[in-house]
Design a protein around this ligand. Sequence first.
Ligand SMILES: [Mg+2]
Length: 198
Amino acid sequence: MKSFVSLFKPTAVVADVTGISVEWLRDCGVTSVGFDLDRTIIGHSEEKIPTQFLDHLRTLQQASFTIIIISNVHTKQRRARFDKIIREVLARGISGVIAVTPEDVGGKAKPSSAPFELAAERSNTSPSAMAYVGDQLLKDVYGAAKAGYTTTVLVRPYGKNDNLAVRYLQRPTIDLFFRLYHRLPIRKNAYPRRIKTL
Ligand SMILES: [Mg+2]
């Protein structure tokens, strides 16, 4: 059983999702890869996932990884945007993407284990063969590790804007504390281009 503080330490850090290679995931014993949406594979206020990220998701899928997107969708507008993004992902040839939001698990949002557990269940994968990729220590790294995911990857927040609660309550407090504690990147240029296992 992992200690509470160790749940906030990702398996690896990398500048962006394109640095997460097929070989690295295979070495970790992973068969399904979950991604956070906002600031991991798309800007907070954007509606289109950058082509290089979509291409990478396709590469992973063609290498037979199941692709999952888990997002805390809080409002009707964000829900409509989420659905549009998922339709676009499917239309761009990444078929069978599994999408999970709090609506699917009785309103429970990350870092609750519920969305992570449902993602594993829907992809027929044991949590120990699941990876999760995100830009936040609390919602993404801690949430996934608490659900038993053995592989977690912290990426540099992509794009500019943030949800206000994330910007003012989460990033400067618990997220920063555990970054200092585990010596994780704080400045944007501190993330390695090639994935670095910790
Ligand atoms: Mg995020």
